[in-house]
Design a protein around this ligand. Sequence first.
Ligand code: NOJ
Length: 978
Amino acid sequence: MRGFGSLLVLAAIPAALAVKSHDFKTCSQAGFCRRGRALSARAAENPSWRSPYSVDASSVALSPDQASFTAAIKSSIYPDVKFSLDVRIHDDGVVRVRMDEVDGLRKRYDEAASWALLEEPKVSQKVQWTVAKDSVKAVYGAKNDIEVKVAFEPLKVTLFRGGKEQVVLNNRGLLHMEHFRTKESVPKSKETVPVPEEGLDTEDGVQAVLGVHPRAAWFEGEQEDGWWEETFNSFTDPKPKGPESLSLDIDFPNHGHVYGIPQHATRLDLPTTTGENAHYTDPYRLFNADVFEYLADSTMSLYGSIPFMHAHSADSTVGIFNAIASDTWIDLGHPSPKSTTSHWISETGILDVFILPGPTPADIFTQYTRLTGTPALPAHWSLGYHQCRWNYVSSEDVRSVQKRFDEEDIPVDVFWLDIEYSEEHKYFIWDKRHFPDPVDMIKDVEAIGRKMVIIIDPHLKRTDNYPVYKQATELGILVKKGDGLTDYEGWCWSGSSAWVDYFHPGSWDWWKSLFKTEQHGDQWSWLESTVNTGIWNDMNEPAIFNGPEISMPRENIHYGGWEHRDLHNINGMLFANLTSQAVMARTDPPKRPFVLTRSFYAGSQRFGAMWTGDNLGTWEHMAVGVKMVLANNIAGFSFSGSDLGGFFGNPEPEMLVRWYAVAIFSPFMRAHAHIDTKRREPYLLDDPYKGIVRNMLRLRYSMLPVWYTAFREASVTGLPVLRPHFVAFPRDERGFSLDDQYFVGSSGLLVKPVTRKGVTEETVYLPAEDQVYYDYFNHNAYRSDAKGKEITVPAELHQIPVFVRGGSIVSTRERPRRSSPLMRRDPFTLRVALGKDSSARGELYLDDGETFSHQQGELVWREFVAEKPAKKSKGVRISSRNLATQKPTEAVDHVALATYDSGNAFAKAIADVRVEKIVVLGLPTKPSSVAVEGGKELQWTYTDGVAASDKKEGTASVLVIRDPKLAVASDWDILVKA
Ligand code: NOJ
């Protein structure tokens, strides 16, 4: 068990009390997972295996518009148990398949999707199902090339595209919805019955053995296994509902790569867990848990779960979102290099699967984020550098850390307070011995637009002198023990604690009221904070030190009578959801909330940022952190990062510097460290390390326009901020397993952070396309070709392999500042990286960065284009155009842009913000003139070098146009004449 209490106790924790793998179940230690795997093994062993589930043809009922249908499902092993099937196709082509037990002894948990989905998806009005003798079918899609077929006998759901199987549910007959039963209903004596016709045909009869229905033995196994009480370590789970697991195989017969299902510390292209050469022995597990000192290469579950998977091949991408909230294990196999099997085994819940038809990764992101929401557009400041540690121990400590940053001219936007700010870990309540003047302290930090983020954990110290706990008790909104009556008590940082049941609607307004910074009636509120303070939600899996698997007993009861096991993986999302609503409710109109969460689920992207929890200060963890952040990005949750420097340990300077390079190219960039570690704020480094880190942070700040534009695109389209190779180049097979380099949004920036010790060079893969890639720093031009190409580039400690793809225009702000709000009126630099056809384009999105006025059209959205003025010209025209008036129908921005007014208040406020420099890479010849169209000659310099249109490599030609006196938010054209 972990320590709690004073700093002294905490300082003594680590190694000896470290939580190790043995605190967490393997598949073989979880009854339902064991049963699921055994089912799969029986199926694999028997060639005549056949799913017992079938559709009752006579029951198929089309909806009046024929867009969806329901049917009854029978199981030959339990003919008296009834199931229902509901299949519908949404207006974007996504197929939703639901199956539930009907009139069972109990109700299965069916609310996971309602928490994950943005809204109830619209069923297509165009698609029509047709019923045949043996199946129901629908054909649809822009090219009419998608077919969904629900076969009756056995039940099998297949999505075809172009006649090829893309996704098949119950392909291998592993579907099994364990119906509710009582202990008494299970036969207790041995009896012999004939094998049902649809069962195995290997013997004449089966022996019914204790606890198994004889008819089901071939399918469910001959032994009742872990159906009722189960003990793990010293914890007994009474499992009063008995077996109710759900097993489902989802196969991708024509896809050789699968990605997603975060969070696991593993490769992006998920390695196998089944088959002869299985990479891992245990399935991937989705069960939100506080895994202390987690392994850097494992299928173990971690803090968050997104049951969303991409399956990819060179000509097709499809996706699966399995809306399940209980403990889930997923086996993966590649029966051949070009096909994938997956087997999902969940403890409880209905079957509620969304099949995303693709056909490209971009389509998958659109389809998935239409379901679960696009990432919230973050406050601009939250893309800056966050400085955290457990703990800055006093107001004076916070002030002096800030001072040191300023003295050393190191940019930083956010200072964080971990749990020790609070009196006895009663969150919201300041420990006044060390933080006597909290509001003044926060305001000191906010003086130049910086912010504070303060931790609020979900465990409430059980003491009457804690108003938050007292009120929650009085409101009756605490999670209950298995009896459904008594408030549950467990141990966490605050000692004996209780947990609010955020599924209880009675908790919602109350939670919001706590964050008010002004007095409202006699309600307790957090007067000692400010409306700008961001919130850190930690331990929300929930982590409970004396609970099974360091979490909540599964038999605990939530609102509506659901057991904790039913909704475990959603718990953390609800906490962050309500906290973000609470933060917004502090002001009217609201500001964009900043909430960091450790635990998450599908849909969490709507509420804030996440980080990958308690990593170790090792090279392996640094490297796997990049992969984990990529996995999160492709699972809809772009705003993610890992603890910079590693939570545990004391990284040597080389490692710390490399970690800064990783972090400045992460969507969320926060340095954090365990309470036992030595201080490692960047100003404590010696030179040259300190100078290198300062430059790296300045580089991040200079690129904030790139990040913000990428986030804005993600918030509108669902395309991730970080794009791994298979996303950016879906047909380039050599890149399908790449997960240590990636693109930033649509900017054309390709990054490969170094995550190994002692490196002076790094290899980078350039995609299979005939294109030029420029080194961001020294402008060296590299050429890729149709086969793709590996290049080796210098990567000394001060160097980061960063490239601009030819054809891109990158907007930056290059004046070093102490915080990002100070850059608001800074001028821009445009880097025009000409492509092989001598053209380029880029986008820049700007708004006030903190309110929601962009939703009313208070924004600036520009497009920069470079192209030849005439076909054979060697010159180039560089223009600035208003994109906001060009794309009025784009998804989320529809309202804002349909009525867009270029003279909106925000645009006016930045009307005088200039472009101060334009750098053009790859011109073929020295210009004869560079002038604003119809205007005077501009100041420029030209260095000869390789042209974009050449086949050559080497330093590119560089034209630098200085201070063209053009506003970034207005239309203009610059003519570069050859
Ligand atoms: C666990 C979190 O993962 C870590 O970041 C934090 O510092 C500690 N809890 C203390 O709050």
